[in-house]
Write a protein that binds this ligand. Structure first.
Ligand code: NAD
Length: 419
């Protein structure tokens, strides 16, 4: 019996099973590596603008504490439940281990549609969520960051709330803060920039010229918009973009800086154009060089996987590809180069780690330094993943996850089992 359930949690379990079999991990060791160390569920009562009170349910799951504090984003979305949060925490563990960060994985969230509450209500909810979490988090215990539905402003409220209770400013309690409040240069762009960096690297290896290459981006929030901008600035034509309000398609290439200005002003891409509309469900299977899912989990199923027409699948979102789709992509690995999520979107946590280090030292870096070090870490992990995949003749996702899981396993085994 476990409190965790749902399709996203099942997916994380299924993926771990593949890796555990590949690594021949004994059955009695598997649960210790897979199951989260702690899970907290809280009620967050919030004063609404109309004078009423609404109680929102919030969660935080800390997967393992073997390598250091846990680290992970906070998601505000109607889909959030304890199973989804646990799966995201588990993936964070493999991701941090893969890229060599001294963290276990964590994730948190509130079941709320942030578009349905006012800015004042969002502030109240953010502050109450952090206040309820104070006994369970800390700069050396668990460090939060943004995820879907949260942003720099929410991180600033988290940091301010925690600091008020400590009686001093504790910037290192969260990452992804505004630069004016202890954030680092390059964090806002880090995840999308990393996605684009790895996509460019693969395009070079596949002899696809950047100038005139095409890309399709699903999701135009933090990750999707910055991945789009970075690719656009490299000469890649972004032919289609979607978000939860719809999709835009232009075979001559969309004006990404213009679309970003529109999305910043309106919160989404709706109303940008009357001519460029497209079926959002169909954009994943448009012909393109690079496909970037950068929205939610489980958007590429087996049917989509059969019909993808991209050369590179650069997974900006966490868990966008189902295990059934993975089986199809394995058969299509000569046609489609998969950059799996735990590597592809790891630029975010890498630069969050830089932010934490800078906050602890009160010594801040130039943006070029942040970017150089981010790319260095991504390139190293990419090289390790590709070598492992070739050596063992396994898909990239299996290779990336195996590298992460075996590091966590080795750390648990050398530390031993207490008491
Ligand atoms: P965000 O809230 O900034 O943006 C999410 C985007 O997805 C929005 O444009 C939204 O409209 C769109 N969207 C939601 N549902 C959709 C649907 N059904 N179809 C199409 N678009 C849809 O979130 P984000 O921070 O950009 O995160 C996106 C993904 O990247 C998530 O899976 C998240 O876990 C992952 N991720 C984020 C970071 C980070 O640093 N923010 C780091 C690693 C991974």
């Amino acid at each position: 019996m476990t409190v965790y359930s749902g399709p996203v949690f099942d997916m994380a379990v299924q993926q771990f099973g593949v890796i555990a079999n590949h690594l021949s991990i004994p059955m009695d060791e598997r649960e210790r590596i897979l199951m989260p160390k702690r899970a907290v569920t809280i009620s967050c009562p919030v004063h609404r603008d109309d004078g009423s009170i609404t109680v929102f349910e919030g969660y935080r799951v800390q997967h393992h504490l073997t390598l250091g504090p846990t680290k992970g984003g906070t998601r505000f979305a109607p889909s959030v439940d304890i199973g989804e949060v646990a799966a995201l925490a588990i993936w964070m563990s493999w991701k941090c281990a893969l890229v060599g960060l001294p963290y276990g994985g964590a994730k948190g969230g509130v079941r709320v549609d942030p578009a349905s509450i006012s800015k004042r209500e969002l502030e109240g909810l953010s502050r109450r969520y952090m206040q309820e979490m104070i006994p369970f988090v800390g700069p050396h215990t668990d460090v939060m960051a943004p995820d879907m539905g949260t942003n720099e402003q929410v991180m600033a409220w988290f940091m301010d709330t925690y600091s008020m209770y400590q009686g001093r400013t504790v910037t290192e309690i969260v990452t992804g803060k505004p630069v004016s409040s202890g954030g680092t240069l390059g964090r806002r762009e880090a995840t999308g920039r990393g996605v684009a960096h790895l996509a460019r690297r693969v395009m070079r290896e596949l002899d696809i010229a950047l100038d005139g290459a095409t890309a399709v981006i699903q999701g135009f929030g933090n990750v999707g918009s910055h991945a789009a901008l970075e690719l656009y600035n490299s000469g890649v034509k972004i032919v289609a973009v979607s978000d939860h309000t719809g999709a835009l398609y232009d075979k001559t290439g969309l004006d990404i800086p213009g679309l970003m200005r529109h999305a910043a002003e309106h919160g989404n891409i709706a109303g940008y154009s009357n001519q460029l509309h497209h079926d959002p469900a169909a954009i994943l299977t448009l012909p393109c060089d690079v496909l970037v899912p950068a929205a939610i989990e489980r958007v590429i199923d087996a049917h989509d996987a059969e019909n993808l027409k991209c050369r590179v699948l650069a997974e900006g979102a966490n868990g966008p590809t189902t295990p059934e789709a993975d089986l199809i992509l394995e058969k299509r690995q000569r046609e489609i180069f998969v950059i799996p999520d735990i590597l592809c979107n790891s630029g975010g946590v890498v630069v969050s780690y830089f932010e934490w280090v800078q906050d602890l030292q009160q010594l801040f870096w130039e943006e070029d330094e942040v970017k150089r070090r981010e790319y260095q870490i991504l390139d190293r992990a990419f090289g390790q993943m590709v070598s492992r995949a070739k050596r063992d003749n396994i898909p990239h996702r299996t290779a990336a996850m195996a590298l992460g899981v075996e590091k966590v396993r080795a750390a648990k085994n050398t530390r031993g089992l207490f008491p």
